[in-house]
Every structure is written in structure tokens, then in C-alpha cells.
Design a protein around this ligand. Sequence first.
Ligand code: UDP
Length: 478
Amino acid sequence: MGELHVLFFPMMAQGHMIPTLDLAKLFASRGVKATLITTPLNQPVFSKAVDKYTQLGFQIQIRLLEFPGVEVGLPEGCQRTDQIPSDDAIPSFFNACAMLQHPLELLLQELRPHCLVADMFFPWATQAAAKFDIPRLVFHGSSYLALCATHTLRHHNPFINATSDSQLYTIPNLPHQLQLTRLQVSPFQRSEVEAPHTEILKRVMEAEDISYGVIYNSFYELEPDYAEHYKNVIGIRAWSVGPLSLYNRELEDKAERGKKSSIDEHECLKWLDSKKPNSVVYICFGSTATFAPSQLHEMAMGIEASGVEFVWVIRNKREEDNGSEKWMPEGFEERTKGKGLIIRGWAPQVLILDHEAIGAFVTHCGWNSTLEGVSAGVPMVTWPVFAEQFLNEKLITDVLRTGIGVGSKEWKRSNSDGVKREAIAEAIKKVMIGEESKEIRSRAKTMKDKARKAIEEGGSSNLDLTSLLDELRAYHAK
Ligand code: UDP
């Protein structure tokens, strides 16, 4: 047979599109023809990188599918999860996604690829691929640990009908004793009564069971017990090919991921260059999580109380505040001038994390951010908010022991609140300058080295990708 042609279809969310673009580039760099599928308003996330890769001689292209958002009652222009106007509108967004099955099948008919790599949130993609007799691989963009826990909770769930919100319960049958409270798991996992996403999440799990296998943006050495558990106990085939962000080696690739940065990257680097190694804490909560104004106020007070220099990415321009920042403590910016750099909007995260001035990362534990922090070798202050972030936190604080939590107590998709300034300041000080910080930093550096080795020639992720590509070629040669 000729070259492999693989289609990549990520959920329209920054945390899914960014690693899928990296994945498609990686496949293209290994001689595969890669086609990225997205909706018209999300094309800019991919176009610059795709143009650059095409000019370099790789085969990579974008194909667009119209998004039927308005048909299901979403506002005009809402084509990404962070644009969903309220939690009530989430099911409509998923309905619009499911309506993409037919246009996707028309595209499969036209392009006749050898494999479809589709996002976890598109469970219907498995049926679409089956119609054309091609393997459907799932791309989760999540950790093995989180997926192992999620699968386990399907069968043995101590949180359902638990009597206490604050008592710790052990997630059963996992390699480590991981404990969460009922409030730290999703509403879907808390009760048998249907939560807004219950149906879709059930279908996601079922599709994973019957798909060809799962591609993980992870590497074996990061969570070996969970990679083994997933394959041998849960029984689903999987390949680890990450950390994907590490394949971006040039400044411009690291600087512009997902969106154009709100700060000139050279200005940002100049500011960091003026700081001592390991002296600055980087604070950023991904693309979707939002905080209550009272929490943002507390955050500012905590950062200031830590006395540590910082880069703080503030994303929530709350519409109800007309974009004002009434929560900001009076005089905060003047008092922290020179000590702190506030980036309003989108930061060149990977570039910042890789700078030697960065001594710690306050993160919401989104999987991409977690891996980017691991790849940069920085200790983390963990502040999970929703999705599978509380599970990723456990990997950092309990398994890898490369971070310390602020004590986030409740899973909440928006308006997260409840973490006190003292806890924030204490966690930042502990990872930056406290007694434990040396050991935490040393463990983080060891993991950084392992991450880099994994993607090199002969490394675990490099070999796993080779075996996946060999298998796909053999599948079609048959
Ligand atoms: N990101 C970025 N600049 C920002 C915020 C986020 O480049 O200001 C990137 C970050 O590097 C990561 C992705 O957006 O690759 C966020 O994914 P993650 O899984 O961490 O969180 P999510 O946004 O899905 O909650």
C-alpha cells in the first residue's frame, strides 16, 4: 500500500485542539498524510502551523465542517466549549457536535483515509469509521490515572449516595490509594440521578470499549502503574506518544499555541530574563475554568502575601462586570509593579514555563498544563477546578510528589470559589522556598529528563508511535 492517510478530529476546545494539532504534526513528520478536521471559526488555531509544515514539505491539511450551533439554539459564533454561554447550554453544544456525524461520513467517503483519530467527546465517530472499515482511535487528551479511575468508578463508585460531602473515600482497585471527597468528583459521578452530561459521558465510555484503541498524550515513565492498569486490568489497547508539547522546539511554535498571545513574547522573555533562576511563580488556569470575583480577590491577596515574584494570566473578563476588574484589591498593580507581570488574555505558556526564571507553576491541573509543567521540570501548586483535574492533582501531589495543593474542595465548572489567601500563599512558599522545595524540585527535574528521553529516538513514546504506525500499515495491507 502507499502512504497512510489519517484524519484527526478534535473537540472544539483549546485543551483538545492544541494537542491534536501537535499529534497531527507528529504523524506528518513520520511520513503520514494528516488531515485535521474542524469548524470554520476554529481554523485559525491550526492554519499557521499547517502552512509552516506544508512549506517544510510535510503532508498536512485542514478540512472544515459547518457547525450547526444556531440550529440547536446556540448563539451565532459559538463554536468552542469556552464560548458556551451557560452550563445549561452544554447539552445543546454536544447535540450540535453529534450532528457532525453525517458530514463527517461524507468526508470519509470522499477522502477514504486509513484511520480516524477522533476526540473522546465524539463517541459516534466509532460508528462512522466502522461504515468505512477503518480503525477509529480515541484521543482523550487525559492521563492514564484519570481514565483508570473513571473506568473503575463505573463499576464500584463509593461517591454515589455517599452520606458525607467532606469525608475522603478511596477510589477502589487502583495501584495507589487515591482519595477524594464527594464534592471533588463530577456531578455525574456523585449520584445516579442524571446530571446534564450523564448520557454523553456514558456513550464516551462505551465507545472507548469498542474502539480500536486509545492514543495517550502521556509517556510511560510518568505513570507506568496506570498505563499497565489501563491496558491489562481495564483491558483497552493504548499507545503513549507524549508529551506532545515537547515536539515544539522553535520559539514561534512554543509562543503561539491555540491563540495569539496577548503579550509580545520578546517583551515577556525580557521581563523573565531580568529575574533570578527559579524565582518567579507562573499562575494560569487554562482556557475554560472560571472563578468567582471573591476568589480572584483572594487569589491576588494570596499571591501578594507569598512575597514571591509572579507572572499571572488573568483570563476572566466577566461579561457581567463589563470587563472591569472590581475584584482586584485596591492598589494591587501599583504595589506589585516590577515584581509581578499580569497577562490579560492568552499567555505563551510553554515558552514561559521553559524559562529558567520560573520556579513553580500554579495550575488548575488541566492535562495539557500538567504535562507542560512536568516537561519543564517545575514544581506545581495544584488548584483543580473541574473535569478530571482533581484526579490529575493526585498524580502530582500523591504519586509523583512534585507539587503541593492549595486545598481546592469543590468540583465546579464555573465561578469556582472557596480557597483562602493563607492557603494560596502557604502552598506557593512551600514549593518555592520551603524545606520540602529542594526535594520537590529535584523530583520534578528527574521527570523532566524522563519526558525528554521518551520522545527521543528509541524512547518509550517514540517506540510506541512506531509500533502504532506499523500496526496501522499492517491492518490495511491485509
Ligand atoms: N494555554 C496557553 N495560554 C494560556 C492558557 C492556556 O497557551 O494563556 C494553553 C496551555 O499551554 C495548554 C492549553 O492551553 O496547552 C490548556 O489546556 P489544559 O488541558 O491545561 O486546560 P483546559 O483549557 O483544557 O482547561
